[in-house]
Design a protein around this ligand. Structure first.
Ligand code: GLP
Length: 241
């Protein structure tokens, strides 16, 4: 693991955006694994700026999002479909047919999971996977005690995650209890991974991810076994390192 500690959220976001931009310059048809949440928001804004100002080209890029809440329609402002379009996809020149996000309302959930894995495999897996981290060290929606060999699957969200994500909903009871998420195995098959975190509420999770030993109760700790991970954290998230 390479660990970059930045002075601020802004610097964290710039460092991450540079890696994504570099990836696309070198390989315009890169397969990007994308994350939602507050953490990557400024990175997306910076990538949009690079696109607008110096023409970073997404026309050949392919993207797979990590996860989606179960039961939310794509048009629901709390859905990850909506989030990604609002903050990123609608502002760059990625082709709609190259955007993949798990379907949160599938007729057949098992089939949808398989289908998502098949699509990822068909594109050769992720060249670059962007990850945030939950306060309980989840990645995607792979909550503690997940099986490391899991591929795309249905997950029951932990109370801690529901509480943390309630800020995006009117009341905590509106937060869906289930989600569909890429599994740890899918994430681990990415060629390169960037793990992002900012703020002191992520310090413990970041410590567990990097130094806590590889344990299913801290899903992000599996990244210690990946050969090409860059952890970019602001100094608050790095407080326990
Ligand atoms: C959600 C997402 C994760 C994200 C995490 C942290 O649970 N499924 O992909 O990393 O929240 O979110 P935030 O960046 O808002 O702290």
């Amino acid at each position: 693991m390479r660990i970059i500690i930045t002075e601020s959220y802004e610097e964290m976001s710039t460092a991450a955006a540079r890696i994504v931009a570099g990836q696309l310059y070198l390989k315009p048809n890169s397969v990007l694994g994308l994350a939602t949440g507050s953490t990557p928001l400024l990175m997306y804004q910076k990538l949009v700026q690079v696109h607008e100002q110096i023409g970073l080209d997404f026309s050949e890029a392919i993207s797979f999002n990590l996860d989606e809440y179960l039961g939310l329609e794509p048009g629901n402002p709390q859905s990850y479909h909506y989030f990604m379009h609002e903050h990123f996809f609608d502002k760059i020149n990625i082709k709609p047919e190259n955007i993949y996000i798990p379907n949160g309302n599938p007729d057949d959930l098992a089939k949808e999971c398989k289908h998502y894995d098949t699509l990822i495999e068909g594109k050769g897996g992720m060249d670059l996977q962007i990850l945030g981290i939950g306060q309980n060290a989840h990645i995607g929606f792979n909550e503690p005690d997940i099986k490391f060999e899991a591929t795309t699957h249905k997950v029951k969200l932990d109370e801690e995650t529901i509480e943390a994500n309630a800020r995006f909903f009117t009341t905590p009871k509106d937060v869906p209890r289930y989600a569909i998420s890429m599994g740890i195995k899918t994430i681990m098959l990415a060629k390169k991974v960037i793990l992002l975190a900012n703020g002191k509420n992520k310090a413990e999770a970041i410590y567990k991810a990097i130094y806590g030993g590889v344990r299913p109760d801290a899903p992000a700790s599996i990244l210690q076994l990946h050969q090409d991970v860059i952890v970019i954290v602001d100094k608050e998230a790095a407080a326990l390192l």
